[in-house]
Write a new protein. Structure first.
Length: 201
């Protein structure tokens, strides 16, 4: 250790280096431990970013795969049985919400089924009826439409496919995964390097 370490050792609570002649931690040791703690914090930040990015990658990936899967379902002819505004009220202090109450009938492999979903997800609820007006104009009772049936579960059907847009934007959270892992491994390698240096002192 440099000569000013002896002087500094009298100010701080001792030093574990023999050249300082005191017990405890010298300035050099304290700086190393402070740097080590900073690297641990940095590695945790990187790992957190990677996990958050990974969650969004999985979510977007599932949306894309689901949208692509329905495009391979079998197309059948269906008839609109009911198309009206449905509503719900979750509580006395909650405003009414409205959805497209849709029912259509289709035949698959000699059996008749009824579907209620426009897309693969449940028909969404809105606070304004105006957002459903377009669907009411589009679908009228007695109208013939094309439906897509899941061959593995014929009771599952839809009329419109979900968008495949999630698959085209999956690169963005992927950057967080790559960047977070880079920060994490960089901090880990730096800590290993510092530990090797401290062993040689």
């Amino acid at each position: 250790m440099c000569s000013w370490g002896k002087v500094l050792a009298r100010i701080v609570s001792g030093c574990k280096h023999q050249s300082c002649g005191k017990r405890g931690m010298c300035y050099q040791t304290r700086m190393k431990e402070h740097r080590h703690g900073g690297l641990i914090y940095l590695s945790l930040i990187g790992l957190l970013l990677a996990i958050m990015g990974g969650i969004f990658v999985v979510w977007l990936g599932q949306g894309y795969l689901s949208a692509r899967e329905t495009r391979s379902w079998e197309k059948v002819s269906a008839e609109i049985i009911e198309s009206k505004i449905g509503e719900r009220k979750l509580g006395p202090s909650v405003s009414r919400e409205f959805c497209h109450d849709l029912v259509y009938e289709y035949q698959y492999e000699g059996k008749f089924y009824r579907g209620t979903r426009l897309k693969r997800r449940e028909n969404p609820f809105f606070k304004e009826q105006s957002k459903i007006a377009g669907e009411l104009d589009r679908f009228k009772p007695g109208q013939s439409v094309e439906a897509f049936v899941n061959p593995r579960d014929p009771s599952e059907a839809l009329i419109d496919h979900e968008t495949k847009a999630p698959g085209y934007s999956i690169w963005f959270p992927g950057l967080f995964v790559i960047g977070g892992l880079g920060v994490f491994w960089g901090a880990i390698l730096k800590m290993i390097s510092l530990k090797r240096i401290s062993k040689t002192e």
